[in-house]
Write a protein that binds this ligand. Structure first.
Ligand SMILES: Nc1ncnc2c1ncn2[C@@H]1O[C@H](COP(=O)(O)OP(=O)(O)OP(=O)(O)O)[C@@H](O)[C@H]1O
Length: 310
């Protein structure tokens, strides 16, 4: 008798030196990263960075030129159908048969998956105010996207791979979507979220990777990035202070000075700044939260402008 051990809980996705070339073009180049189970992982990059090519290899739809994509413990190319059966997938370019209703499409997918959970479908439809009765070809882009979201989530998969999921959704429904992601990871599921939307990703993701030109340029937790990103701080003193004293503090850059008011960009700890402010007659302080956009945008620029952080 063969006794199979339960698989050790490993990462939901592991990419090892994953590479895809199209002739001379390196669409994805030596990509190595891990997506831990039970988190939202944001996968960002400018147009043409290699996000969709990576996702196709994760889904076992495209063969790596070299390297591997291991998904839920299985090599995605060796067993594409097995891997896809365990994933809820929302493609970036959603193609739905236009004459079928949402109900018909979802019923068909559910039968193919051998899991039909109509109560979950109707709960999601209500949540996103999706119309499942009209042919999807007559729906607006955002309303069609809702059908794609329900299809990805309704069988409660272990892993969700979502390519630009909220494109076309209005802000209220985006909020619903953020809540759905939070509930999903609370139940131990994993979400791999590809997006151009820096704002969406920083709202919902625990970890972020940015690729550009097929290469990984940044991978870190959102909280670590937030700690690194500059905050804007305004200090008001009863009398003008020496700007150079503040400029010399670690992580502090004076952006402007007007009479007793200093405008600063502050990264890292604020202790030294607060001590310096306290040694003068500080009468007011205004601090804005760290803006990850500024940091992200620097990683979207041309390669020679940005240091590679691995
Ligand atoms: N089948 C293919 N044949 C040739 N080149 C391809 C093919 N698929 C993708 N590419 C190229 O690979 C590069 C990466 O494309 P990919 O679609 O993965 O980028 P992306 O990050 O998803 O971009 P976007 O955000 O615009 O969707 C691009 O230069 C693209 O032109």
């Amino acid at each position: 008798m063969v006794i199979t051990q339960p698989a050790a809980p490993g990462p939901a996705i592991r990419l090892d030196d994953l590479t895809k070339t199209f002739g001379p073009l390196h669409a994805v180049s030596g990509l190595t990263l891990e997506v831990a189970a039970g988190q939202v992982f944001g996968f960002l990059g400018p147009n043409g960075a290699g996000k969709s090519t990576t996702i196709r290899m994760i889904m076992g739809l495209s063969a790596p030129s070299s390297g591997t994509a291991t998904v839920l413990g299985t090599d995605a190319w060796d067993d594409g159908p097995g891997v896809r059966a365990r994933i809820g997938y929302l493609a970036g370019e959603l193609a739905l048969p236009p004459r079928l209703t949402g109900d018909a499409i979802l019923g068909w997918t559910a039968r193919a998956r051998n899991v039909e959970n109509r109560s979950r479908r109707h709960e999601l439809a209500e949540r996103f105010q999706a119309d499942l009765r009209r042919p999807v070809g007559t729906l607006s882009k955002g309303n069609r996207q809702k059908i794609g979201i329900i299809r990805a989530f309704e069988h409660d998969p272990e892993l969700l791979v979502l390519d630009e999921p909220t494109s076309g959704l209005d802000p209220l429904l985006q909020k619903q979507f953020d809540d759905l992601l939070a509930e999903t990871v609370q139940r131990g599921r994993t979400v791999f979220l590809s997006s151009h939307e820096l704002d969406e990703v920083q709202r919902v993701a625990h970890n972020i990777a940015i690729i550009r030109g097929g290469e990984l340029v940044l991978a870190d937790t959102v909280s670590a990035l937030r700690a690194r990103a500059p905050r804007s701080v305004e200090l008001t003193f009863s009398a003008p202070v020496d700007k150079a004293e503040f400029d010399a503090l670690p992580g502090v850059q004076v952006l402007g000075q007007q009479n007793g008011r200093l405008v600063l960009a502050v990264s890292g700890e604020v202790g030294p700044l607060l001590e310096a402010a306290a040694s003068h007659h500080a009468i007011d302080i205004l601090a804005r939260p760290a803006d990850l956009d500024v940091l992200f945008r620097s990683f979207y620029r041309a390669p020679q402008e940005v240091p590679v952080a691995r």
